[in-house]
Design a protein around this ligand. Structure first.
Ligand SMILES: Nc1ncnc2c1ncn2[C@@H]1O[C@H](COP(=O)(O)OP(=O)(O)O)[C@@H](O)[C@H]1O
Ligand code: SF4
Ligand SMILES: [Mg+2]
Length: 395
């Protein structure tokens, strides 16, 4: 297939300006690995997050999903600037905060808050609930001292706790109530963006839904945008209109909810989804067959060449080891990073990415071919790559 003008780098899609509160572009976090002994030299890097791009629209939620160790928390901690990224951009309301110096982060800390996974370790056991929830007000001096307590009580009420319990200590509360305290604390400064890092994973299944409902109410009431991190696709389904799936430091698929849950195109998303009980299919007597992933997740210190999922992928071919599949937009709100992207049972026999990557079916460079560049942009474009025609098309 010859490369048309439409497929050249200059015709590469430019991102449509939507209304993002957060835009993350090519974000990377490499943790140094040190040798043991007296002189501790850097002997390698954990590529915890490696070139992640996404955006969160104002007032909505993006779900970030993947197995343990794929880099979700590290991404969340960079967005809240608990970590300084190794590279890439974090544009919050248009301003890049990726390399803002620690001393200048105070205003950002008010706007972006985090809810942590473990309500047992994230609350200081020696402080009362009033002190925990009120601390940000005191630090940021947003209300006079005598107004802190009424504000704390108001927040406790918002999260469904008794406002008279401000003098109690965290150990006097159950896990679900503690997470409500964590949520109250995250709301104290009226943030615009909340990064919720597996906010219900540590809770009993019976109370997970209550806490998710509370977060949904909070979002409606205060118009807060969410980056909602979870390790399984079931939790984010009702909360997030858009979901990104991560594997070993990279996003492998990102799409609107309907597309991701009903027509996933990446073998990893398909495997994750096969583990989610499908109410609709069960209702008609059908069952989605469970796809068991082979082997373990490889080390992010020395990830596989080409596609990082290839060591566990049943569709892997030669090209997968040679060429990294780009996160290609294949529909109005759908991107996937797979050379053989397709619906389950309909993965193509030849790679769909040959033109885009400028390679042949085995992944060897085609002389004179021009790979499409700049595919790793946050958000979606008006034009995308049609898998059937293998041409760029659009609205
Ligand atoms: N501070 C750190 N130093 C070194 N490696 C880290 C650090 N934090 C996380 N990692 C590694 O980075 C990878 C991603 O971790 P993490 O972001 O916590 O994943 P997740 O939240 O998806 O479980 C893991 O391999 C983890 O061991
Ligand atoms: S690029 Fe290859 S190895 Fe990676 S998910 Fe697709 S088929 Fe599997
Ligand atoms: Mg985590």
């Amino acid at each position: 297939m010859s490369a048309t003008a439409e497929e050249t780098p200059s015709a590469a899609p430019s991102t449509t300006p939507g209304n993002p509160i957060l835009e993350v572009e090519n974000l990377r976090m490499y943790f140094p690995v040190k040798s043991s002994g007296l002189v501790r030299r850097t002997v390698g890097h954990v590529q915890a997050v490696d070139g992640v791009s996404f955006q969160v629209e104002k007032g909505t939620s993006l779900g970030l999903v993947g197995e343990s160790g794929c880099g979700k928390s590290t991404t969340g901690r960079m967005v809240t600037r608990l970590y300084q990224p190794t590279g890439g951009a974090i544009r919050f309301e248009g301003k890049d905060i990726a390399q803002t110096k620690p001393g200048d982060l105070k205003p950002i800390r008010r706007e972006i808050q985090m809810i942590f996974q473990d309500p047992y370790t994230s609350l200081n056991p020696r402080h009362t609930v009033g002190a925990i929830v009120g601390a940000p007000l005191a630090i940021h001096k947003v209300v006079p001292r005598d107004k802190i307590l009424p504000r704390v009580q108001e927040l406790l009420e918002v999260v469904g706790l008794n406002p008279e319990h401000y003098n109690r200590y965290p150990h006097e509360f159950s896990g679900g109530q503690r997470q409500r305290i964590g949520i109250a604390r995250s709301l104290t400064l009226q943030p615009k963006l909340l990064v919720a890092d597996e906010p219900v994973s540590a809770l009993d299944v019976s109370i997970q839904a209550q806490v998710v409902n509370l977060l949904q109410d909070v979002q409606k009431e205060f118009g807060i945008s969410f980056l909602f991190i979870a390790h399984d696709l079931a939790i984010v389904r009702h909360f997030c209109p858009e979901v990104a799936v991560m594997y070993l430091g990279k996003i492998v698929e990102i799409a609107d909810r309907d597309t991701l849950y009903e027509r996933p195109h990446h073998p990893y998303t398909q495997a994750l989804l096969s583990a989610v009980p499908d109410v609709k299919q069960a209702a008609i007597g059908g069952r989605r067959e469970r796809i068991r992933l082979q082997g373990d997740v490889p080390s992010p210190i020395n990830p596989p060449s080409g596609c990082r999922f290839r060591t566990r992928c049943q569709f892997a071919q030669e090209i997968c080891a040679k060429v990294e599949p780009p996160l290609l937009q294949i529909g109005p709100r759908h991107k996937v990073a797979c050379h053989f992207a397709g619906e389950l049972g309909a993965h193509p026999a030849t790679p769909v990415t040959m033109d885009v990557c400028g390679v042949d079916a085995q992944g060897s460079p085609v002389p004179g071919a021009t790979p499409v560049e700049q595919l790793n942009k946050p958000g979606f474009d008006d034009r995308w790559y049609d898998l059937k025609t293998q041409q760029f098309t659009g609205r």
